[in-house]
Design a protein around this ligand. Structure first.
Ligand code: GLP
Length: 244
């Protein structure tokens, strides 16, 4: 595990963008795993800027999103489909047919999850980017998720609903379920980058990286990945710095 501490959110985003660009330069048809949330917004902005300066093309790139809410239609502005279109896909030259997100509108969600898993097996992820939830979740793999878990539906816990209440106008309105790549799906990615910003994440990231690997803190599994890079800004790293 490589841990990089950057000065602030801007430098975290620039560094993450440079690693994405490096990956595309190495392989035009790279396959990415992508997160949502506040943390990767700066990365998507940086990548859009680089694209606008005609320094990169996403034409051959494929992307798989980590997760999606159940019960929120793709067209709803609060869905992760909408988030990705608005923050990234609408702004670059990626082909629609190369974009994959879990489809909560499928009649049979079990089948949808199995198909998503199968697709990722067929198109193995070269570089997967992650954020972390306040309870240590990655994707929507809440504490207690098995390390062997695959793409599936999951019940969201109260901490996650509280963190996401701002997007839904109150905790009670946050969907109760989501579809998420599993922890074993995530661990199969060839490279992983975890982005961590803000002092509200300082505690959980210290636990995830410096304490024992446990299903109670899903992100702790990343300690076992052969090529994981953790990029933190200084505020997120306050509890870690003394230990490095
Ligand atoms: C949601 C997403 C995660 C994301 C997390 C952190 O729960 N499902 O993939 O990493 O939020 O979000 P933020 O970056 O806004 O703190």
């Amino acid at each position: 595990m490589k841990i990089i501490i950057t000065k602030n959110y801007k430098t975290l985003s620039t560094l993450a963008a440079s690693l994405v660009i490096k990956q595309i330069k190495k392989k035009k048809s790279s396959i990415f795993g992508l997160p949502t949330g506040h943390t990767p917004q700066g990365l998507y902005q940086e990548l859009t800027n680089i694209y606008n300066n005609k320094q990169i093309s996403f034409k051959f790139v494929k992307t798989f999103n980590l997760d999606e809410y159940v019960g929120i239609r793709a067209k709803d502005s609060r869905s992760y489909h909408s988030y990705m279109q608005k923050n990234f896909f609408n702004k670059i030259d990626i082909k629609k047919t190369n974009i994959y997100l879990p489809n909560e509108e499928a009649d049979d969600l079990k089948k949808e999850c199995a198909n998503y898993e199968k697709l990722i097996k067929k198109f193995p992820i070269d570089l997967l980017i992650l954020g972390i939830g306040h309870d240590g979740h990655i994707g929507f793999n809440e504490p207690g998720s098995k390390f062997s878990s695959k793409t599936r539906t999951i019940n969201l816990l109260a901490t996650t609903k509280a963190s996401n209440a701002k997007y839904f106008g109150g905790q009670k309105k946050v969907p109760t379920q989501a579809i998420t790549m599993g922890l074993s799906t995530i661990m199969k990615a060839k490279k992983i980058i975890l982005l961590v910003s803000g002092n509200d994440k300082a505690n959980i990231i210290k636990k995830a990286l410096k304490e024992k690997i446990t299903q109670k803190i899903p992100a702790s599994i990343l300690q076992k990945h052969p090529d994981a890079t953790i990029i933190l800004d200084e505020t997120a790293a306050t509890k870690l710095i003394k230990l490095l």
